[in-house]
Design a protein around this ligand. Structure first.
Ligand SMILES: [Zn+2]
Length: 305
Protein backbone atom coordinates (compact mmCIF):
# COMPACT_ATOMS: atom_id res chain seq x y z
CA UNK A 1 0.00 0.00 0.00
CA UNK A 2 2.78 2.33 0.99
CA UNK A 3 4.59 1.47 -2.22
CA UNK A 4 1.49 2.16 -4.28
CA UNK A 5 1.10 5.56 -2.58
CA UNK A 6 4.71 6.45 -3.33
CA UNK A 7 4.17 5.53 -6.97
CA UNK A 8 0.98 7.59 -7.08
CA UNK A 9 2.69 10.59 -5.55
CA UNK A 10 5.59 10.22 -7.96
CA UNK A 11 3.19 10.15 -10.92
CA UNK A 12 1.48 13.30 -9.66
CA UNK A 13 4.80 15.05 -9.10
CA UNK A 14 6.02 14.12 -12.56
CA UNK A 15 2.72 15.27 -14.07
CA UNK A 16 2.90 18.56 -12.19
CA UNK A 17 6.49 19.12 -13.25
CA UNK A 18 5.56 18.28 -16.83
CA UNK A 19 2.63 20.69 -16.89
CA UNK A 20 4.46 23.49 -15.15
CA UNK A 21 7.53 22.83 -17.18
CA UNK A 22 5.54 23.09 -20.37
CA UNK A 23 3.81 26.20 -19.19
CA UNK A 24 7.16 27.62 -18.27
CA UNK A 25 8.36 26.83 -21.78
CA UNK A 26 5.33 28.34 -23.38
CA UNK A 27 5.68 31.42 -21.25
CA UNK A 28 9.32 31.77 -22.19
CA UNK A 29 8.54 31.39 -25.87
CA UNK A 30 5.72 33.91 -25.80
CA UNK A 31 7.86 36.26 -23.83
CA UNK A 32 10.64 35.94 -26.38
CA UNK A 33 8.23 36.44 -29.25
CA UNK A 34 6.78 39.53 -27.61
CA UNK A 35 10.29 40.81 -27.03
CA UNK A 36 11.13 40.66 -30.71
CA UNK A 37 7.85 42.32 -31.65
CA UNK A 38 8.45 45.30 -29.42
CA UNK A 39 10.11 47.95 -31.57
CA UNK A 40 13.76 48.10 -30.59
CA UNK A 41 15.32 51.42 -29.75
CA UNK A 42 16.77 52.69 -33.03
CA UNK A 43 20.26 51.19 -33.18
CA UNK A 44 21.00 52.91 -36.48
CA UNK A 45 23.98 51.77 -38.48
CA UNK A 46 27.00 54.01 -38.62
CA UNK A 47 27.44 55.90 -41.87
CA UNK A 48 30.78 55.71 -43.59
CA UNK A 49 31.90 57.52 -46.73
CA UNK A 50 34.98 56.28 -48.56
CA UNK A 51 36.62 58.78 -50.88
CA UNK A 52 37.12 56.48 -53.88
CA UNK A 53 36.82 52.91 -55.06
CA UNK A 54 39.47 50.70 -53.35
CA UNK A 55 38.82 52.32 -49.97
CA UNK A 56 35.09 51.80 -50.49
CA UNK A 57 35.69 48.16 -51.32
CA UNK A 58 37.95 47.60 -48.29
CA UNK A 59 35.51 49.39 -45.98
CA UNK A 60 32.54 47.40 -47.27
CA UNK A 61 34.35 44.14 -46.67
CA UNK A 62 35.01 45.09 -43.06
CA UNK A 63 31.66 46.71 -42.28
CA UNK A 64 29.37 44.36 -44.24
CA UNK A 65 25.85 44.81 -42.84
CA UNK A 66 26.82 46.81 -39.76
CA UNK A 67 27.41 50.11 -41.53
CA UNK A 68 26.07 52.08 -44.47
CA UNK A 69 29.06 52.53 -46.72
CA UNK A 70 29.01 54.82 -49.73
CA UNK A 71 31.61 56.08 -52.16
CA UNK A 72 32.26 59.81 -52.53
CA UNK A 73 33.78 60.01 -56.02
CA UNK A 74 30.97 59.21 -58.49
CA UNK A 75 31.10 55.81 -60.19
CA UNK A 76 33.02 55.94 -63.48
CA UNK A 77 34.96 59.10 -62.57
CA UNK A 78 38.75 59.16 -62.27
CA UNK A 79 39.47 60.41 -58.71
CA UNK A 80 42.90 62.10 -59.00
CA UNK A 81 41.66 65.60 -59.70
CA UNK A 82 38.00 65.18 -58.73
CA UNK A 83 36.58 67.78 -56.33
CA UNK A 84 33.25 67.47 -54.50
CA UNK A 85 30.49 69.96 -55.29
CA UNK A 86 28.55 71.74 -52.52
CA UNK A 87 25.83 69.17 -53.10
CA UNK A 88 28.25 66.25 -52.68
CA UNK A 89 29.37 67.72 -49.36
CA UNK A 90 25.84 67.51 -47.93
CA UNK A 91 26.37 63.74 -47.47
CA UNK A 92 29.16 64.48 -45.01
CA UNK A 93 26.82 66.20 -42.58
CA UNK A 94 25.18 62.92 -41.60
CA UNK A 95 28.27 60.74 -41.67
CA UNK A 96 30.26 59.24 -38.85
CA UNK A 97 33.45 58.36 -40.68
CA UNK A 98 35.20 59.61 -43.82
CA UNK A 99 37.91 57.28 -45.13
CA UNK A 100 40.44 58.75 -47.55
CA UNK A 101 43.75 57.74 -49.05
CA UNK A 102 45.83 60.89 -48.74
CA UNK A 103 45.91 62.00 -52.41
CA UNK A 104 42.54 63.83 -52.22
CA UNK A 105 43.51 67.50 -52.26
CA UNK A 106 40.00 68.60 -51.22
CA UNK A 107 40.24 66.89 -47.82
CA UNK A 108 42.48 69.64 -46.45
CA UNK A 109 39.77 72.17 -47.28
CA UNK A 110 36.88 70.33 -45.61
CA UNK A 111 38.41 68.46 -42.68
CA UNK A 112 37.73 71.27 -40.19
CA UNK A 113 34.20 71.93 -41.42
CA UNK A 114 32.81 68.64 -40.09
CA UNK A 115 33.99 68.25 -36.51
CA UNK A 116 31.58 65.39 -35.79
CA UNK A 117 33.00 63.26 -38.63
CA UNK A 118 36.03 61.07 -37.96
CA UNK A 119 38.42 61.65 -40.88
CA UNK A 120 40.64 58.61 -41.39
CA UNK A 121 43.67 58.66 -43.64
CA UNK A 122 44.01 54.98 -44.54
CA UNK A 123 47.65 55.39 -45.56
CA UNK A 124 48.66 56.85 -42.24
CA UNK A 125 51.38 54.93 -40.48
CA UNK A 126 52.44 53.03 -43.61
CA UNK A 127 56.14 53.54 -44.01
CA UNK A 128 56.62 54.78 -47.55
CA UNK A 129 59.97 56.41 -46.96
CA UNK A 130 60.28 59.63 -48.91
CA UNK A 131 57.77 58.34 -51.43
CA UNK A 132 54.74 60.55 -52.02
CA UNK A 133 53.18 58.11 -54.49
CA UNK A 134 49.58 57.54 -53.32
CA UNK A 135 48.94 54.20 -55.12
CA UNK A 136 49.28 52.05 -52.03
CA UNK A 137 46.18 49.93 -52.68
CA UNK A 138 47.77 48.35 -55.75
CA UNK A 139 50.21 46.45 -53.54
CA UNK A 140 48.14 43.78 -51.72
CA UNK A 141 50.62 43.72 -48.84
CA UNK A 142 50.34 47.47 -48.21
CA UNK A 143 46.58 47.24 -48.82
CA UNK A 144 46.36 45.04 -45.73
CA UNK A 145 47.66 47.96 -43.67
CA UNK A 146 44.93 50.16 -45.13
CA UNK A 147 42.35 47.53 -44.22
CA UNK A 148 43.58 47.46 -40.61
CA UNK A 149 43.56 51.26 -40.39
CA UNK A 150 39.95 51.37 -41.63
CA UNK A 151 38.97 48.59 -39.24
CA UNK A 152 40.40 50.52 -36.27
CA UNK A 153 38.40 53.60 -37.22
CA UNK A 154 35.13 51.64 -37.44
CA UNK A 155 35.81 50.17 -34.00
CA UNK A 156 36.46 53.64 -32.64
CA UNK A 157 33.01 54.92 -33.62
CA UNK A 158 31.14 51.63 -33.17
CA UNK A 159 32.85 49.67 -30.37
CA UNK A 160 29.83 47.38 -29.88
CA UNK A 161 30.68 45.65 -33.15
CA UNK A 162 34.43 45.54 -32.54
CA UNK A 163 34.73 41.76 -32.79
CA UNK A 164 32.67 41.68 -35.97
CA UNK A 165 34.90 44.27 -37.67
CA UNK A 166 37.99 42.50 -36.36
CA UNK A 167 36.89 39.14 -37.81
CA UNK A 168 35.93 40.61 -41.19
CA UNK A 169 39.18 42.55 -41.48
CA UNK A 170 41.16 39.40 -40.71
CA UNK A 171 39.19 37.37 -43.25
CA UNK A 172 39.74 40.02 -45.93
CA UNK A 173 43.43 40.22 -45.06
CA UNK A 174 43.69 36.50 -45.69
CA UNK A 175 42.20 37.03 -49.14
CA UNK A 176 44.81 39.71 -49.79
CA UNK A 177 47.50 37.25 -48.68
CA UNK A 178 46.15 34.70 -51.15
CA UNK A 179 46.20 37.33 -53.90
CA UNK A 180 49.80 38.18 -53.00
CA UNK A 181 50.79 34.50 -53.16
CA UNK A 182 49.03 34.03 -56.50
CA UNK A 183 50.76 37.04 -58.05
CA UNK A 184 54.17 35.82 -56.83
CA UNK A 185 53.56 32.31 -58.16
CA UNK A 186 52.21 33.43 -61.54
CA UNK A 187 55.04 35.84 -62.22
CA UNK A 188 57.91 33.42 -61.56
CA UNK A 189 58.63 32.42 -65.17
CA UNK A 190 58.53 35.50 -67.36
CA UNK A 191 60.66 36.41 -70.37
CA UNK A 192 60.34 40.16 -69.85
CA UNK A 193 60.63 42.42 -66.82
CA UNK A 194 59.14 45.79 -67.83
CA UNK A 195 55.55 46.98 -68.24
CA UNK A 196 54.30 50.23 -69.76
CA UNK A 197 51.20 51.28 -67.82
CA UNK A 198 49.25 54.40 -68.76
CA UNK A 199 49.93 56.47 -65.63
CA UNK A 200 52.58 55.95 -63.01
CA UNK A 201 50.43 54.00 -60.53
CA UNK A 202 52.33 50.73 -60.24
CA UNK A 203 55.61 51.52 -58.50
CA UNK A 204 54.65 49.77 -55.21
CA UNK A 205 53.30 46.83 -57.18
CA UNK A 206 56.46 46.78 -59.28
CA UNK A 207 58.85 46.82 -56.36
CA UNK A 208 56.83 44.15 -54.56
CA UNK A 209 56.98 41.73 -57.49
CA UNK A 210 60.23 42.71 -59.18
CA UNK A 211 58.70 44.39 -62.24
CA UNK A 212 60.17 47.50 -63.83
CA UNK A 213 57.65 50.23 -64.56
CA UNK A 214 57.96 52.63 -67.49
CA UNK A 215 54.75 54.65 -67.39
CA UNK A 216 53.39 56.62 -70.29
CA UNK A 217 52.34 59.59 -68.12
CA UNK A 218 52.92 60.84 -64.58
CA UNK A 219 51.59 60.10 -61.11
CA UNK A 220 48.20 61.45 -62.18
CA UNK A 221 46.68 60.27 -65.47
CA UNK A 222 45.89 63.84 -66.52
CA UNK A 223 49.52 64.90 -66.65
CA UNK A 224 50.17 65.52 -70.34
CA UNK A 225 53.32 63.96 -71.73
CA UNK A 226 55.30 66.25 -74.05
CA UNK A 227 56.11 65.36 -77.65
CA UNK A 228 59.63 64.49 -76.51
CA UNK A 229 58.22 62.19 -73.78
CA UNK A 230 56.19 60.39 -76.41
CA UNK A 231 59.12 59.96 -78.76
CA UNK A 232 61.25 58.62 -75.89
CA UNK A 233 58.51 56.22 -74.97
CA UNK A 234 58.23 54.83 -78.49
CA UNK A 235 62.02 54.46 -78.62
CA UNK A 236 61.95 52.68 -75.28
CA UNK A 237 59.20 50.30 -76.41
CA UNK A 238 61.10 49.43 -79.59
CA UNK A 239 64.50 49.06 -77.95
CA UNK A 240 63.19 46.86 -75.14
CA UNK A 241 60.89 44.85 -77.40
CA UNK A 242 57.92 45.72 -75.22
CA UNK A 243 54.89 43.91 -76.64
CA UNK A 244 52.02 45.67 -74.82
CA UNK A 245 51.10 49.27 -73.99
CA UNK A 246 48.46 49.55 -71.30
CA UNK A 247 45.39 51.78 -71.26
CA UNK A 248 43.05 52.44 -68.31
CA UNK A 249 39.31 52.04 -68.04
CA UNK A 250 38.54 55.59 -66.84
CA UNK A 251 40.78 57.46 -69.25
CA UNK A 252 40.24 57.94 -72.99
CA UNK A 253 42.47 55.26 -74.59
CA UNK A 254 43.25 57.49 -77.62
CA UNK A 255 46.78 58.34 -76.55
CA UNK A 256 47.70 54.79 -75.54
CA UNK A 257 46.20 53.51 -78.80
CA UNK A 258 48.11 56.03 -80.92
CA UNK A 259 51.38 55.07 -79.25
CA UNK A 260 50.68 51.37 -79.58
CA UNK A 261 49.95 51.87 -83.30
CA UNK A 262 53.06 53.95 -83.75
CA UNK A 263 55.24 51.38 -81.97
CA UNK A 264 53.46 48.47 -83.61
CA UNK A 265 52.49 46.79 -80.32
CA UNK A 266 49.31 45.50 -78.69
CA UNK A 267 47.07 47.61 -76.41
CA UNK A 268 45.53 46.05 -73.28
CA UNK A 269 43.96 47.34 -70.05
CA UNK A 270 45.79 47.59 -66.76
CA UNK A 271 43.52 48.97 -64.10
CA UNK A 272 44.87 51.30 -61.41
CA UNK A 273 41.68 50.37 -59.50
CA UNK A 274 40.87 54.04 -59.02
CA UNK A 275 37.25 53.49 -59.89
CA UNK A 276 34.99 50.97 -61.54
CA UNK A 277 32.90 51.71 -64.59
CA UNK A 278 29.13 51.66 -64.16
CA UNK A 279 28.94 48.28 -65.90
CA UNK A 280 31.59 46.79 -63.64
CA UNK A 281 29.88 48.15 -60.56
CA UNK A 282 26.53 46.65 -61.54
CA UNK A 283 28.06 43.32 -62.56
CA UNK A 284 29.62 42.97 -59.09
CA UNK A 285 33.31 43.29 -60.05
CA UNK A 286 35.56 43.51 -57.02
CA UNK A 287 39.06 44.64 -56.14
CA UNK A 288 40.15 40.99 -56.06
CA UNK A 289 38.59 40.21 -59.51
CA UNK A 290 40.23 43.26 -61.01
CA UNK A 291 43.62 42.45 -59.54
CA UNK A 292 43.37 39.00 -61.12
CA UNK A 293 42.45 40.59 -64.48
CA UNK A 294 45.50 42.82 -64.12
CA UNK A 295 47.67 39.83 -63.33
CA UNK A 296 46.48 37.99 -66.45
CA UNK A 297 47.24 40.99 -68.66
CA UNK A 298 50.64 41.53 -67.06
CA UNK A 299 51.44 37.88 -67.76
CA UNK A 300 50.75 38.51 -71.45
CA UNK A 301 52.94 41.63 -71.44
CA UNK A 302 55.81 39.91 -69.61
CA UNK A 303 55.42 36.67 -71.58
CA UNK A 304 55.05 34.53 -68.48
CA UNK A 305 54.43 30.80 -68.63
ZN1 LIG B 1 46.62 57.18 -59.97
Amino acid sequence: MKKLLTVAISVVVIAVIAVFGQQANVTTKEYTRQETMVPQPQTSKIKVIASFYPLYEFTKNIARDKADVSVFTPVGVEPHDWEPSTQDLVALENSDVFVYNGMESYVGKIINQYPSVLFVEASQGINLGANSDPHIWLDPVLAKDQVMMIKDSLIKVDPNNAQYYEDNANAYSEQLDELDNTIRAELTNCKKDTIVPFHDAFSYFGSRYGIKIHALSGIIPESEPTAADLKNLIDFVKQNQVKVIFAEELVDPKLAQALADEAGVQIMTLSPLEGLSKDEMSSGKSYLNKMHDNLNNIKVALECT
